[in-house]
Design a protein around this ligand. Sequence first.
Ligand code: ADP
Ligand code: ZN
Ligand code: ZN
Length: 741
Amino acid sequence: MPNPALSTVLRVALPSPLRRLFDYLPGREVPSQGWQPGLRVRVPFGRREVVGVVIECTTHSELPLAKLRPIGAVLDETPLPSDWLWLCRFTARYYQHSLGDTLHQAMPALMRQGHRLVGRTHTLWQSIDSASEKQPDPLARAPRQAALREMLQQHPHGLAGRAIYAQGFTREQLRALQEKGLVASREVTLAAAHPDTGKLLATPALPLNREQAVALAALHERRDDFHPCLLEGVTGSGKTEVYLQLIEAIARQGRQSLVLVPEIGLTPQTLARFRQRFCVPVVALHSGLTDHERLDAWEAAASGRALIIIGTRSALFTPLANPGAIIVDEEHDGSYKQHDGLRYHARDLAVARAHHHRIPLVLGSATPSLESLQQALSGNYQHLRLTQRASRFPPAKLELVDLRHRPRQGGLTPTAIEAIKTTLGAGHQVLVFINRRGFAPTLACHACGWLAECHQCDARMTLHRHPPLLACHHCDSRRALPDACPDCGSGDLRALGSGTERTEETLQGLFPKVTVHRIDRDSTRRRDSFEQILKEIQRGAPCLLVGTQMLAKGHHLPHVTLVVVVNADGGLYAADFRALEHSAQLLEQVAGRAGRAAHPGRVLVQTLHPDDPHLRLLAEQGYAPLARQLLEERRAAKLPPFCFMALLRIESPKEAAALALAQQAAQALRDWLTDRPVRCLGPVPAPMERRQNRYHLHVMLAADKRSQLHPAANWLSQWLQANPEARKVRWSLDIDPQSLS
Ligand code: ADP
Ligand code: ZN
Ligand code: ZN
C-alpha cells in the first residue's frame, strides 16, 4: 500500500476572489485525528500567510508536487461543523462566489484571524441563597441590585455577563452583589456545557387566540420535516407569540431555533421579549458584540448548548448542532439581502437550510414579499394567516390626502396639521413619516434654475442645516453652502422640498410646547441615542416623532394614534419594478404603528396622485389584495417571481472601459446562449450611471426557471474570470438581485 502521508495533497479554500481551491502539501504539524476536510489551516499565499479551510484531501494535483508549498499550521483539532460547511458551499455555488471568501465572511472574526477554539471557558453568574431570610434585607436600599438578583434567581443555570448588561444592569451592581455574597460566578468550559432544558420558561406563555393556535398546531404537527410556512399576520396580530411558543416546543426537545430579524428590528424591545420569556440563555448576534462575544456565541450554537439564537442577516451563518426550526421575522425586509461582496439573501438561504436540515421554516410578515406570497399561493409553502390584532383595534385604514394645489408648511397640508393638533390635544403621540433625511432634497437658484448637483454622481445634493452643508447621499461627498448661485451669482438660493430637518423645524414652530423627536440616521448616529429616544417615547407624554424608515419597522409605539405620511409618491412611478411592492410594504408598516394599544389609530397619506389605482387599492383594501394584483402584473410581464434574474454590474472610472467589457460580455453570452432558454438584456446604463465618479453598466440575465439561469450565470462568471480585460474594471454578478440600481 502506498503511504498516504507521502502523496496527500490538501485542497484549501482561501480568502481570495478567485473561484478555485489551492493545493498544498502537509506541513510538519499533523492534525491529531489525521487530515480531513473542514480543518482550518494557516498557509503561505504569495508573500502573505492566510487562514484557509481544507476542502478536499486527495492524492494528486494539477501542479507538479514539487511546486506545492507545505501547510504552515493546523488550527483546529476537529473539523468545523459539517452543517456550516454545507451551508457555505451551497452559498458559494448558488451566488457564484469564491468559496474561500464565503467561508471567511461566514466565520467570526477571531476564527478568520486564526484563533484556536480549544480550552476556552466563559463565566456564568448565579444567585446564591442567602444564609438566613430573617436578617434584614441587604438590598432594601438598592433596588437595582435587588432587581438584578431577582433576574438571576429566574435563571438558575446562570447568565453570562453579556446577557446581564444587555438588560441594563451594570458591572458595579454585579460586583456589589458579589461582595455581599449574594451572587457568584463560575467558569464553564465551552465544549463541556450542555443545554439545560429543565426549566425553560421564565414567564408563562400567553393563551393563544384561535388563529394563533391553528398556526402553532400546524407548525407542531410537522416539526420533523421540511415544512416551509408563510405566516401572514397583520401588524400586531401576535406573530411573535407564535414564534415564542414554537421555540418553546422545539427547545423542550433539546433542539435549537434560529431567529432572524431585520437590522433595525433587533432592538432591546424584541430581545427583551425573548429574554423575559425564557430562562435558558437567548444568544443574540448583533453589530454591538465584541469579537470574543461573537466567537462565544458561535461556539455555543455549534455545540448545541445555545437553544435560541437570534440575530440579523449574517446570523444565518450560525452553525447549529441540533437544528429544530428557523424563523425569519419580517421576511420581506430589504436588509436580508447583502448588497456588496457576497450578495446573498438570508431569507432564501434560510429556505435552503431548513430544507437541508428537514425542519420547519417560518417566514413571518404583515406584508410578505411577492416571492414568498407566490410560493404560499401556489401551495409550495403552507399559508398561515393571522387576521386579528391582539389589541382591540384593527389596523387603521389609509386616508389619502390630495397634495395638489394645497398650501404646505414643511411638506404638511392643512388637513394634516389640523389632525396633528387634535391628536396632541387628546394627549396622544403623532408619527410623521418622511423618507428623506436632511433639511430639503436640494438647493435651487430662483433666478436661473441652478440646482445643487453632486460633482461625482448623477444626483442632487441634499441640503442639511445641522450642521449647514450640502451632502450627497449616494457618495457621501460634502460641500459648504454657497453664498450665491455658482452659475449666475444671484443670492436667491432656496431650499426645494422638505426633509426630516425641515419638517421638524416646521412642527416645532407650529407646536412650540410639544417635544419633537427627529429620528433618522443623522440624529441617531450615537449608538444608544435611538434607544434613549424610544424609551422616552414609551413613557407616553404627548409628542411628535419625525422619522424615516428607522421608525417604520417593527417598533411597538403604544401611544401613537396618528401617522402622517408626508409624501407617498416615491415608489409609484419609479423605474425599478419592485419599487411599488416596497413602497406598499413600507406604507403598510408605517400605518401599522398607529393605534396598537388603547386607542384606535388614524393614518393620513399625502400624495400628488390620489387617483393612482395601486395606491387606492392599498388604501381601500390593504396590502393583501394589492399584493395579489401586483403578482398578476408581474406574471403578465414575466417578472420575478415568475422569472429568475441575475444582474451583471460593471463599473469603472473610465466609461469606455466599462462599456467595452459590458458589450463583449453580452455578446459572448448571447453566442453561448443560442438555443438556450435564457434571455440576455443590455448592456444598459445603470439608473444612476455616474456614481462616485464611476460609470455603471448592467447586463441582465432572465430565465423562466432557476435551473436554466444558473448554468448561464456560471458560464458568465467563468468567462469574466478568464478574461484579462475584466481585471481592468470592477464587476459583480448578483443572483436574484433585489434592486436594479
Ligand atoms: P406581531 O409580532 O404580529 O407584530 P406581537 O406578537 O408583537 O405581534 O403582538 C402584539 C401585542 O399583542 C403584544 O403586546 C403581545 O404581547 C400581544 N399578544 C400577542 N398574542 C397575544 C395573545 N394570544 N393574548 C394576548 N395578548 C397577545
Ligand atoms: Zn442662478
Ligand atoms: Zn455623490
